[in-house]
Design a protein around this ligand. Sequence first.
Ligand code: PLP
Length: 424
Amino acid sequence: MMNQDLSTRARASLPGGVSHELRYRDPYPVFIDRAQGGEKWDVEGRRYIDFKMGSASQMLGHCHPAIVEAIQKQAERSVFSADCHTREIEWAEWVNRLYPSADRTRFTASGTESTMLALRLGRAYSGKDHVLRVEGHFHGWHDHALKGAKPGSDQVPSLGIPDAINDLIHICAADPQAMESALQDDRIGTVIIEASGANYGCVPLATDTLRALHDVVRAAGVVLIFDEIITGFRWSPGGRQARDGIVPDLTTLAKVVTGGLPGGAICGRADIMELLNNATVRNGFGPAVSHKGTFNGSPLIAAAACAAMPLLANGEAQAQADAMAERMRDGMNAAMKRQGVAGIAYGDSSIFHVFFGRDRLDGLGPAEIRGLPKPLVKAYRDGMLSRGVDMMAYTSGLTSSAHTPELIDEALLAFDDTLSEMIR
Ligand code: PLP
């Protein structure tokens, strides 16, 4: 079976031939057949070094034996029964132990559902409908998350979202003064921040700046949500908040929290999270904040998550992944220098980005950092892919604890080669 043939077939049954708009690729995407560790193979048998890693979900590498075994064992007992079970307690206890902001945890079915629920809780607790978000930060695809998601624009990048909802969403720069002045509007009761900075840190958010943003929100008495869907269990076992000691009221999680399976979580302060408790009542109904979802906390996912947690809790997996991303960044910077290409490879933790055209990001805003010409980005991504290296999105990639120095050095050869082709 060839990738091109599958794409033709897919486009007749799936809009664009895909299930997620970022999987679309011209002329056609590769169709992956299997994956192991830091590698994957397509239906034509071609091997790729993977820096997408399940959109950042496979922190322990593809098909980690402990996770595969946990899924197999659980599938034999019960795939799903929509009942309470012991694994969800164990799983929540792990999250509550590792996350400084977590007194209670509630499981959801995706990261998007986590930010949707966090905003609902923020609004319920504050009694205010208006939300402040940071320019370019990504929080999923629900109606309240899209305005402001594109850096440099307050346009809503989708039809179908009512103006009445967009009118409730305010946008400010990742700058404490800008946030302070936006919070003068006392209709705002909730602030949401992508803990890495926009797009998994493509637009970096310095620790001092995050701390200052936190302090401004605290001073305004507004509910603060950290979206740690990327940084959670990756920047440290307790995410960015534990690593840098900056604690929000609510935290959204997905990707790694589930052991890399579909799902998500939200955790936070007891007095806010307890609004989800059936014992609370509003207008004669309980709980005060409604949250349902057939597959929340499913035993299959809980089993994978509980297998992953001990492997993520001591920081060794993160240290290995971080070291591999650093090796990648160092090697990319050395290659650009060697070839006389202006550019910079940068990033935090187990994430690496590359910006072409300048060797410093200083003075560039989010729209400029995310604004590399599309043909350049495509040439880079296609060049890497044709040499057997798959990236996450834009010019970014992520490592896992399964990436080895040998894989990184092989990927660096592909980078070197791609660069020469791009400047030829
Ligand atoms: N928030 C952040 C920071 C993300 O990176 C993502 C997904 O990439 C989401 C929210 C949405 O999560 P999901 O794709 O599971 O809906």
